[in-house]
Design a binder for this molecule. Structure first.
Ligand SMILES: [Cu+2]
Length: 71
């Protein structure tokens, strides 16, 4: 299990945050999600054996937001 924080830009309201959360909720291997559109952040916990970080980022970017790992 790994917990990471992503910087996700482009989420302008709670609706955006909800759609990001919905997509990640339906992603196998993602076990916990916290989306904060005011801080442009997504904290997520996932099983590295079931899903890759790249595919998670890809799903967020397909919604039209820019996602990258926060350092
Ligand atoms: Cu929005």
């Amino acid at each position: 299990m790994k917990t990471i924080t992503l910087s996700v830009t482009g989420m302008s309201c709670g609706g955006c945050a909800a759609s990001v959360k919905r997509v990640l909720d339906s992603t196998e291997g993602v076990v916990a999600i916290s989306v904060n559109h005011e801080e442009d952040s997504v904290i997520l916990k996932y099983a590295e054996t079931e899903v890759t970080l790249d595919s998670i980022i890809d799903k967020i970017e397909k919604l039209g937001y820019k996602a990258e790992v926060m350092h």
